[in-house]
Design a protein around this ligand. Sequence first.
Ligand code: DC
Length: 229
Amino acid sequence: MSAAKAIWIAIDGPAGSGKTTVGRLLARRLGFQFINTGSMYRAVAWGLCQGLTLEGMELDLADERVLLNGEDVTPNLYNEEVDLRASEIARDPSVRAFLIEKQRQLAQGRNVVMEGRDIGRVVLPEAEVKIFLEASLEERARRRARERGGSREEVEQELAERDARDHDFGRLDPAPDAIIIATDGLSVEEVVARALAAVREALEKDEPAGKTSEGSPLPGERGGRCARL
Ligand code: DC
């Protein structure tokens, strides 16, 4: 019996659009592996600050922990300094090539929800489902301020600066075939519900006739690995 083809779900969007929260929940609901590519850019930024070179870095993910040369560096990755450094080094084509290759390896043969900026357009252009989360700058700043503290005005200023740094390589643009979810005013659960509906619809289109009725298992469930929507 041939193995079921792996299913790839790409989630892209600007900083603060909810990609990580939504991607994590979506992956959990589907029983897929969640891959947060921003954490990989952060780990490279941190490694470079420690004097490592790209060639001297072995990156791995274990659940949502990032291992750099075998060491769990996750606790070092979410602070203002790494926010800034990561968005700088992410503009370096050699860093992008290094991480894109690694991200493709991680997806090989696995059902994944991969979250980032260029997943649907560059990393996994053959992804079965591409979702792009949109949110206004005000809404993103409100969410970030709630998560990390700080005044909304300051966070809004930081996010606007980050958007300006993250705009190249088309990183703020959806893939032409992405499903766009405008998230302003929606709760996390509402966004996840829309994303799940988009996944079901996209995968049912690919299903052979007779297997597409409402409530039918997703292709990834055939091997028993994937929870029902
Ligand atoms: O999503 P994040 O804030 O953790 O990402 C950290 C930085 O990495 C951010 O400046 C954007 C960049 N990034 C990228 O260029 N491409 C990706 N696929 C993911 C993140």
